[in-house]
Design a protein around this ligand. Sequence first.
Ligand code: COA
Ligand code: NAP
Length: 271
Amino acid sequence: MDFSAFNFSGRHLFVAGGSSGINFGVAQAFARAGARVSLISRSADKVAAAAAQLETLGTQALGIAADVRQPDAVERALAAARERFGPIDVLLSGAAGNFLARALDMSPNAFKTVVDIDLLGSFNVARLAHAHLRKPGACVIQISAGQAFTPTPFQAHVCAAKAGVDMLTRVLAQEWGAEGIRINSIVPGPIADTEGLQRLAPTPQTMEAMAQRVPLKRLGRIEDIARIAMVLASDWGSYITGAVIPVDGGLALTGPRDFTAAAEASRRTGT
Ligand code: COA
Ligand code: NAP
């Protein structure tokens, strides 16, 4: 994929939940376009390896272990990232967890765990990052999911959490607009070769059914998400704030999905 239309040289990208999948792929695209990148995720080994991989692209990167559910750890990571690379120009917030389970099969702690990571974690990251953002000019991107607006059986926790994430986007766009901070949500569709999709479509059959459900008849690619993130973070997106943008091949138009077969397969394989 050619990202040469974008130049983020000298800019600082901070990614929450950045050590794998979509968020890491977006980080790679920004790194190729010259951005210096700070990453946080829970696993010290994963986040260090991800930062090392970004450095092979010729940029500087910093990986710090921090759980978005722990405000003190997030604050320490933000301070260290700012010390190293200066104020944050682009904040990508996408730490998340998911599993398939009916509401009646979730303990209060199961529901709370996903809400704590996806929603409270996004709040912690945005709230604490505010002091470290470049003002005016910073761009915040929250990674949401279609469950935010499609009521989806087996996904009560994610539906509730991601709906909250998008509402946070809309509120902060108003509270922070006067300071020159823009904030938007990207809503990825089913993205190939990611942990998130593997959890929702654990077999070749459920994966193919997912692709066929998408009006464009293909799974998304991480670069589909990276491209829109770069538009939002560049001058091309300078008048966009408070938007919730599906990048999903039209999946949002198709209504709730039936995860019964996927949940059964996931239960059988223990994923
Ligand atoms: N069905 C029902 N409950 C489940 C479950 C499932 N498939 N998987 C986990 N839970 C419950 C646990 O039983 C526990 O509840 P309990 O204390 O009442 O028993 C609760 O969820 C927390 O589980 P735990 O494993 O302690 O949480 P964690 O903080 O270590 O991990 C998860 C968080 C569960 C979201 C884990 O799957 C994870 O780390 N995910 C990150 C990767 C990911 O999901 N990527 C896709 C992003 S979209
Ligand atoms: P992924 O590879 O599992 O990425 C999740 C990232 O978040 C990892 O880096 C993980 O690293 C980190 N993380 C998890 N819990 C964390 C916590 N408590 N604190 C800090 N970091 C944490 O998943 P993905 O599929 O690429 O998903 C990325 C984002 O896209 C998520 O927000 C997801 O909801 C969204 N999304 C994905 C799809 C899809 O098709 N994949 C579709 C719609 C939306 P550690 O394990 O080291 O913590």
